[in-house]
Design a protein. Structure first.
Length: 145
C-alpha cells in the first residue's frame, strides 16, 4: 500500500517556526521518521508539501492514480479552505487529517476544520505520533489493501 502524505502551508518552516508549538524537528526530519515508521509497517509513503492551495488541490485530484490512502496536514487551510475540502470529498480514497499541535487547545479560529468532515477522522496534538497513529490505522485496516 502506498500512502500520500500531504503537508500544507508553512510546514516547510518546521524546526525554525514557533518551536514552542511545533518543536525543533525539520520537515525533512519529520518525513524521514514517517518513512521509517511506514517501512516498519510494510507501507510505502510519498511526500508532498506546498504553500499553494491550488497545488494541493491538484495533488489530491491526481492521487487516486497512484495511492490507496491520504494522510493530510492541511495546516492553516484546515480552517478555511472549502476548495481543499471539496477536492478531498471528490476522490474515493480513505483520508485522515493530522496535526502536530492540538488545534483545539489553540486560538478559537483553529477549532473549526473544514476538511475533517470528509476524512475518516482527525488526529491532533501528538506531534510526530499523530502521523504514526494514522499510518498504524491504515496498516491495520483490512478493507484498504
Amino acid at each position: 500500500m502506498t500512502i500520500l502524505i500531504i503537508h500544507g502551508p508553512n510546514l516547510n518552516m518546521l524546526g525554525t517556526r514557533e518551536k514552542l508549538v511545533y518543536g525543533d524537528m525539520s520537515l525533512e526530519d519529520l518525513n524521514e521518521n514517517i518513512k521509517q515508521k511506514a517501512a516498519s509497517l510494510d507501507l510505502q509513503v510519498d511526500f508532498f508539501q506546498s504553500n499553494h492551495e491550488g497545488e494541493i488541490i491538484e495533488k489530491i485530484q491526481q492521487s487516486p492514480q497512484n495511492y490507496q490512502c491520504i494522510i493530510i496536514n492541511p495546516a492553516a487551510y484546515t480552517h478555511y479552505s472549502v476548495a481543499i475540502r471539496d477536492a478531498l470529498a471528490s476522490i474515493d480514497l480513505p483520508k485522515i487529517e493530522v496535526h502536530l499541535s492540538n488545534v483545539h487547545a489553540r486560538e478559537d479560529f483553529r477549532h473549526q476544520s473544514f476538511t475533517a468532515g470528509v476524512c475518516i477522522g482527525q488526529i491532533c496534538g501528538f506531534g510526530l505520533q499523530s502521523y504514526f497513529l494514522a499510518l498504524q490505522y491504515f496498516a491495520n485496516s483490512s478493507s484498504i489493501k
